[in-house]
Write a protein that binds this ligand. Structure first.
Ligand SMILES: [Zn+2]
Length: 201
């Protein structure tokens, strides 16, 4: 690369010098996060690419956030470049921004439906269920939202000691999104009642 500041973001006040010294690039100052070392790629990123059909980020720029903003998006803003060469904004957790990732509400629904089809029972991707249900509610596909909850109930793992809390929490979140607050509350009470039997917690 011939231009020495080619990898410096105009908004980067530190001019490519990272906060954490181990992120320092040996050749040129870099403003962008590129978390793609071979081991991480093989173990996780490759799978994520497949699940999100390359809409997940490969390079991210953290220099555009406005810490004073009241908006959670703007105060925690990332600029993402995806594996499929699209550019979009998100918070640190880009998984919660499927509409930005896929470019439209309709495309986001299709993208997350397909993503769930690829890993329906993998707890690492259970957040797909709560994000998809949010999208269904936006377009008033209430029956699809109810069906998705039933599907989640059939794959969640309520009998595993610690993991069941994570899955119940996802279920509670989904019930809240479709307005079933009473059922969500009952679930939480059930969890509280059974907690004493659970010596791991
Ligand atoms: Zn930037």
């Amino acid at each position: 690369m011939t231009t020495p500041n080619a990898l410096i973001c105009p908004a980067d006040e530190e001019q490519g010098v990272p906060i954490l010294p181990y992120n320092t690039d040996p050749n040129l100052p870099v403003s962008y996060n590129y978390d793609c070392d071979p081991e991480y790629y093989q173990q996780w990123l490759k799978k994520e690419r497949n699940v999100y059909a390359d809409a997940n980020p490969i390079v991210r720029c953290p220099h555009h956030a406005n810490p004073d903003s009241d908006s959670t998006l703007l105060s925690n803003l990332y600029l993402n470049l995806s594996f499929s060469n699209t550019i979009y904004l998100s918070e640190a957790d880009w998984r919660k921004h499927p509409i930005k990732m896929y470019g439209s509400l309709e495309a986001a629904i299709v993208g997350y439906e397909k993503a769930i089809q690829r890993v329906p029972e993998n707890p690492d991707f259970f957040c797909l269920y709560s994000e998809l249900i949010r999208l269904y509610v936006k377009v008033e596909r209430n029956e699809d939202a109810e069906n998705l909850i039933d599907r989640f109930k059939s794959v969640m793992k309520p009998d595993e000691n610690i993991m069941r809390f994570r899955d119940y929490w996802t279920l509670v979140e989904m019930l809240k999104i479709i307005g079933k607050h009473q059922e969500a509350l009952q679930l939480l009470q059930h969890l509280e009642n059974t907690e004493q039997e659970n010596y791991f917690i």
